[in-house]
Design a protein around this ligand. Structure first.
Ligand code: HEC
Length: 121
C-alpha cells in the first residue's frame, strides 16, 4: 500500500513537472514578438539569410540546445550581437525577461516559427 502510494506520488510529480515545462500559447506568442521585434528589425533580418545559422533547423536537428542558445544570446558570438537587453526590451511589457524571455523565443523556434495568433487570455 505504502509503495503504491509512493508510485502514484511519483507519477503525479511527473505530470506536474511536464506541465511546468510545456510552452503555453502565451509563451509562443511572446516568443514570436521578440523574434520579430528585438533590435527593432527582429532576429530574422540576419537569421533568414542563408549564410547565417538557421535557428529552427539547428534546434530541430538537435545541434542547438537551450543552454547553447542562451549562451550565444547572453554573450554574443562574432557577428551575433549580445541580445539579452534587446529581448528583455520587447518581452518586459508582457512580463517576460531574462531566462523566461529567452526560453519563450527558444520554444517559439522549437515549435517551427511562423505566425502565432495572440492568445485570448
Ligand atoms: C546582426 C545580425 C544578427 C542579429 C540581429 C541576430 N543574430 Fe543571431 N547570429 C548572427 C550570426 C552572424 C551568427 C553566427 C555567429 C557565429 O557562429 O560566428 C548568429 C548566431 C546565433 C545563435 C547561435 C546559433 C548556433 O546554431 O550556434 C543564436 C542562438 C542566435 N544567433 C540567436 C539570435 C536571436 C534569438 C536573435 C534575435 C534576438 C538574433 N540571433 C539576432 C547574426 C545575428
Amino acid at each position: 500500500m505504502k509503495k503504491s502510494l509512493a508510485i502514484m506520488a511519483g507519477a503525479a510529480t511527473l505530470v506536474l513537472s511536464s506541465q511546468t515545462f510545456a510552452a503555453s500559447d502565451m509563451d509562443l506568442w511572446v516568443g514570436s514578438k521578440i523574434y520579430d521585434r528585438a533590435f527593432g528589425r527582429g532576429c530574422a533580418t540576419c537569421h533568414d539569410i542563408a549564410t547565417n545559422p538557421n535557428l529552427i533547423k539547428n534546434i530541430k536537428d538537435g545541434s542547438l540546445s537551450f543552454s547553447k542558445f542562451k549562451e550565444t544570446i547572453t554573450n554574443g558570438k562574432n557577428a551575433m550581437p549580445k541580445a539579452g537587453a534587446a529581448i528583455d526590451a520587447v518581452g518586459k511589457k508582457k512580463g517576460y525577461t531574462g531566462d523566461k524571455a529567452i526560453k519563450a523565443v527558444y520554444d517559439y523556434l522549437s515549435a517551427g516559427g511562423g505566425k502565432i495568433k495572440k492568445p485570448k487570455k
